[in-house]
Design a binder for this molecule. Structure first.
Ligand SMILES: [Zn+2]
Length: 243
């Protein structure tokens, strides 16, 4: 668990950008970046097994207890039929995560928004009904894309009145260059597995070495479905948010 640096402003937007799925299953190191709004980025390399990237004395950053989280979808360069397949997979994953997280993740429609670090600082206020965007993009389109990854996911954290960290917006970037390495549907190396993994990062669940977890640093090392340790991580976040 890592302490966050606090900015001087009472309300601070903090970025946690998590390494996505690594293309090469043998490429073990996991890199993550953390930066503060209005100051120089603070980078670090997350050790394996870190429980949460963002935490303070009041516990890990979580979405508000029972939050309703609207999710937008940017199909980018996908053809109409490919976009439809991915949209359907996104619906399935949002339903699954809603059933196990204590949160409500709901599809709210298509968007042309492309999340980047500038976007992050204003998005939650600008579009409160769609705090999360899932976008298919070329890696060059966003500074949140991770060169060695097939996808990336993360969120932005705000300190509330009581000094508790709360996730206020999030993003999933599916890198168009690698998208076709995954197949539509569920299970091993599937689009649903990819979305599940990255959306778990949006909920502030970090990587796990548990092979039954969806959160293995490389998706090729996972069965492609939620495991008991994933459910425990979600339960821990829910307990923290709701207590
Ligand atoms: Zn990841």
């Amino acid at each position: 668990m890592r302490k966050l640096y606090r900015s001087s402003g009472f309300w601070s937007l903090l970025l946690f950008s998590l390494a996505g799925l690594l293309l090469h299953p043998l490429w073990a190191p996991l890199s993550s970046t953390l930066s503060l709004s209005g100051s120089s980025p603070v980078g670090f390399t997350s050790p394996e097994g870190v429980s949460y990237l963002a935490s303070n004395s009041s516990g890990p950053a979580a979405w508000e207890c029972g939050a309703k989280i609207g999710v937008g979808f940017n199909p980018g360069p996908l053809s109409g039929s490919a976009a439809t397949l991915l949209r359907n997979d996104l619906h399935s994953v949002l339903a699954e995560l809603s059933s196990v997280s204590g949160l409500t993740l709901a599809f709210v429609g298509d968007t042309d928004e492309v999340p980047d670090s500038r976007w992050s600082k204003e998005w939650a206020a600008r579009a409160p009904g769609m705090p999360v965007v899932v976008a298919v993009i070329p890696k060059s389109a966003s500074d949140l894309a991770i060169v060695d990854a097939a996808a990336s996911g993360g969120g932005f954290v705000k300190s509330d009145f009581f000094g508790r960290l709360r996730v206020s917006s999030g993003f999933v970037l599916l890198h168009a260059e690698n998208f076709h390495d995954y197949r539509p549907g569920s299970g091993f190396m599937s689009h649903q597995a990819l979305l599940l993994h990255e959306l778990m990062h949006v909920l502030n669940v970090a990587h796990s070495e548990d092979p039954t977890s969806i959160m293995t640093p490389s998706l090729a090392d996972s069965y492609g479905r939620l495991g008991s340790s994933d459910l425990a991580a979600l339960d821990s976040l829910s307990t923290s948010a709701c207590s």
